[in-house]
Design a protein around this ligand. Structure first.
Ligand SMILES: Nc1ncnc2c1ncn2[C@@H]1O[C@H](COP(=O)(O)OP(=O)(O)OP(=O)(O)O)[C@@H](O)[C@H]1O
Ligand SMILES: [Mg+2]
Length: 346
């Protein structure tokens, strides 16, 4: 029985982990050694299939995962120069995300772990985003402040230890990425909104005074719904009167209003909790404006900043391998009854 294999299993010193991610529209597989070294990372995205619907269609995403998962895994194994026999564990995102999409990865990972008799490691996608930083700085050790800004989450977190977190504050409504996607739609930009707003913002200036959300109050919490509504109302007012407005200025103004506060609150946390390192993760952290803002702020205040490469900020499997390593070392193994979960606690 599979459970018997786990009972007698000895945790390896420098494990090679095959990680699988399928929580949204990226089917990804990666081979990560010792939680820090990416031997290969493959991402097959169904993003283009969702553009005409203005957002991810769960059924389309699930079907795309089914078609792509074997290819992603095979390519990742091949690119690593290893064989399946060299893999010590399979780590898989079991949540948070789209249930049908997650189930494709979870079912694949279970089958693989069972057939080659290695541990199955359940990984939270959110923790994966936070652990991307370990791939970017191989010496990084907790404690540090982590800024999480993705399509579904926005939070300032203290990573006290590898498995111990304290959420200082989070969004009370929309996530940062969600706000980018919604504002993009109003500006007539395609999904995913973040990169398209960033591109348009480069042609404009931050000249429209949108509300600075929870600036100076609200602790470490965020609220994007007021800002989002302000942008929507601004655009609709011009559209109703037929007057021209500068879309690029709106994009630039929204971008700075949405992102300045993220960098400021992360830096504030570093100061209040007497820490010296800030890391960041999640798709929004791929934004060049936010990266520059964080870089400038950290350099001014003398904090060390660990910014994962952009490809490690948006969804990928390498970050699941990094977090999978931490869970593996803790002996957090799943059985064949592992289920997918749309929501998970950090
Ligand atoms: N350059 C960018 N600027 C701003 N936002 C961006 C950029 N690139 C991606 N995003 C946003 O990041 C989000 C995607 O990030 P990610 O893939 O981490 O989210 P998710 O996996 O859907 O959600 P979660 O990780 O919270 O479950 C989208 O909302 C997208 O618009
Ligand atoms: Mg994500």
């Amino acid at each position: 029985m599979y459970q018997d294999i786990l009972k007698n299993y000895k945790i390896k010193e420098n494990p090679v982990i095959l990680a699988i991610e399928s929580s949204c529209d990226e089917t990804a597989a990666s081979i990560v050694k010792n939680g820090r070294e990416i031997l290969s990372s493959k991402i097959i995205s169904s993003c283009k299939e969702h553009i005409r619907f203005g957002g991810v269609v769960p059924e389309i995403a699930s079907r795309a995962h089914t078609a792509a998962i074997s290819i992603a895994v095979e390519e990742a194994v091949k690119a690593s120069g290893l064989t399946l026999g060299d893999i010590d564990a399979v780590a898989v995102t079991y949540g948070a995300g789209l249930l049908g999409a997650l189930l494709v990865g979870v079912s694949y990972a279970k089958t693989l772990a069972y057939s080659i008799k290695i541990p199955l490691v359940p990984v939270s996608h959110i923790r994966g985003h936070l652990s991307a930083a370990y791939l970017s700085d191989k010496e990084l050790k907790p404690p540090f402040v982590s800024l999480l800004a993705s399509g579904g989450h926005t939070a300032v977190i203290i990573v006290k230890d590898y498995t111990e977190y304290k959420i200082l504050g989070q969004t009370m409504d929309d996530a940062a990425g969600e706000a980018f996607d919604k504002v993009a739609r109003v500006l007539g930009l395609n999904y995913p909104g973040g990169p398209n707003i960033e591109k348009l913002a480069k042609e404009g200036t931050s000249s429209v005074a949108f509300p600075k959300m929870l600036h100076g109050n609200g602790g470490y919490n965020f609220s994007y719904s007021g800002l989002k509504t302000a942008v929507i109302n601004y655009v609709h007012r011009f559209e109703m009167t037929g007057e021209n407005y500068n879309r690029a200025d709106v994009a630039a103004s929204f971008q700075s209003a949405a992102l300045d506060i993220l960098a400021e609150k992360a830096a504030e946390a570093c100061s209040e909790y007497n820490l010296s390192t800030i890391t960041a993760g999640g798709g929004v952290v791929a934004n060049g404006y936010l990266r520059e803002k964080l870089t400038a702020l950290c350099s001014k205040r003398g904090y060390k900043l660990i910014l994962p490469e952009k490809i490690l900020c948006t969804d990928n499997a390498a970050m699941i391998g990094a977090e999978g390593y931490i869970q593996y070392k803790n002996g957090n193994f799943a059985g064949m009854d592992l289920n997918a979960s749309a929501r998970v606690e950090l």
